[in-house]
Design a protein around this ligand. Structure first.
Ligand code: ADP
Ligand code: ASP
Ligand code: MG
Length: 409
């Protein structure tokens, strides 16, 4: 009998009634004959609540303690789901990440899965039990709990599917699949029936939080077929699979979707003296602090001086700005920054080697009177940074001008 891994997100287990509904779904899949491993997120906005609590008791809580705290959100949901299943006559056992053999390494708050020891899971499945695994967590070599970063339960699910060589991984959420844009912003957005892992990973990295980007990459790496579906209704959802026709990949003239991200802030160093090694002096202190940098722009040099600007996540903004304020005097320039930014990306392998997509994006935003602050491009995406308040309008206008509501993707 094949193994299926299911994952239910926070909104799918928000209340006791939701958990009972998930139990019914799991029971149905079990009755249909699959061996089941189920991963769940914390109930509703529980992770946010826990983070707020941490902020109330401490100005700078230690990352290790935050992980210890946040991991408890998922523990509540797994235990409750196991009880609801037992009540329905389904043998089920809940496990922490550690009990499920999830080994992690890296930094607290953004741990990466280094290994999964699935013996316990296999044992439970052999007994005919449903194994319910706490999402978003594992333990490091010290035996300490680490979390995988916000939205990381998707990654737990796909990693489990890979480790158990499951038939597929089903991600149940509050939308019935991946859309051409966030349906909360663009009601006319279309559900995508099949999407390649490369496009989906790009969409996820660029901000489509319906999937954790690392989950998509793991799926591609280990050949796990991922189905994204609604936990509230039926429907086929979206399948993320590499089985796309390569000819079509080269000839189709479309983008997959419009993606936005509001977690963007900009830091700049203006009028700095530049020469060989300057950029390394700018970015090394950020790397040392574990701050990821996204869009980078360096102005042309004038009289030996230039401006360098880059974007970071809003949570990293204070530290990034502080680092640049420390550095600025040594380079003879000034640091500045702004926090209320967002970015909008046009994503699709259909753009490969086809000029014109960036121009069309700039045209559309120009006509809408939306100023573009920064730009970054690669083979399969064009991203524009803009003021946060312009983002929703930009997504809608781009969705319209790329005619995403009118064609099959
Ligand atoms: P879960 O709690 O189940 O993990 P998330 O809130 O993380 O759910 O992700 C689901 C949400 O992702 C949806 O409610 C939707 O607003 C948002 N979303 C953003 N971009 C897209 C997209 N392109 N397609 C579908 N949903 C999207
Ligand atoms: N509960 C965690 C979060 O809110 C993990 C997840 O939902 O995937 O980020
Ligand atoms: Mg999620």
């Amino acid at each position: 009998m094949g193994i299926v891994v299911q994952k239910y997100g926070g909104s799918s287990v928000a209340t006791a009634d939701h958990i009972k509904a998930v139990a019914e779904r799991v029971k149905k899949a079990r009755d249909a004959g699959s061996d089941l491993v189920v991963t769940v997120s914390a109930m509703g906005k529980q992770t946010d609540r826990l983070l707020r609590l941490a902020g109330e008791v401490s100005r700078s809580p230690a990352p290790r303690e935050i992980d210890q705290l946040l991991s408890t959100g998922e523990l509540q949901s797994v235990a409750l789901l196991a009880m609801a299943l037992n009540d329905r006559g389904v043998a089920a056992t809940s496990l922490t990440g550690s009990q499920a053999g999830m080994k992690t390494e890296g930094r607290y708050g953004s741990g990466v899965i280094s290994e999964i020891r699935p013996e316990r899971l296999r044992g439970l499945l052999a007994e005919g039990q449903v194994a319910i695994v706490a999402g978003f967590q594992g333990t490091n070599s010290l035996g300490d709990v680490m979390t995988l970063g916000r939205g990381g339960s998707d990654t737990t699910a796909v990693a489990l599917a890979a480790a158990l060589d499951a038939d597929r991984c089903e991600i149940y959420t509050d939308v019935d699949g991946i859309y051409t844009a966030d349906p909360r912003i663009v009601p006319e957005a279309r559900r995508i029936t099949v999407i390649s892992p490369s496009e989906m990973a790009e969409m996820a990295w660029r901000g489509a939080k319906v999937m954790h980007p690392r989950a998509v990459e793991l799926g591609a790496l280990y050949g796990v077929e991922i189905h994204v579906k609604s936990s509230f209704g039926g429907g086929p959802g979206t399948v993320i699979t590499g089985g796309e026709d390569l000819e079509r990949l080269e000839t189709r003239e479309t983008v997959a979707g419009i993606v936005h991200d509001l977690d963007v802030a900009r830091v700049a160093l203006n009028g700095i003296r530049t020469g060989p090694g300057t950029l390394s002096r700018v970015f090394t202190p950020l790397a040392e602090r574990g701050i990821s940098v996204d869009v980078i722009v360096e102005s042309g040099m004038k009289d030996g001086r230039a401006d360098v600007a880059f974007t970071v996540r809003r949570g990293d903004f204070p530290e990034a700005r502080e680092a640049m304020e420390e550095l600025a005097p040594a380079l003879g320039g000034q640091a500045e920054g702004e926090e209320e930014l967002g970015k909008v990306s046009v994503v699709g392998t259909g753009m490969l080697n086809r000029p014109g997509y960036a121009a069309k994006m700039f045209d559309t935003l120009g006509e809408a009177g939306i100023p573009i602050r920064m730009v970054s491009t690669s083979e399969i995406q064009v991203t524009c940074v803009m003021r946060a308040e312009e983002v929703d309008g930009a997504v809608r206008r781009l969705h319209e001008s790329f005619e995403l509501e009118e064609r099959d993707v």
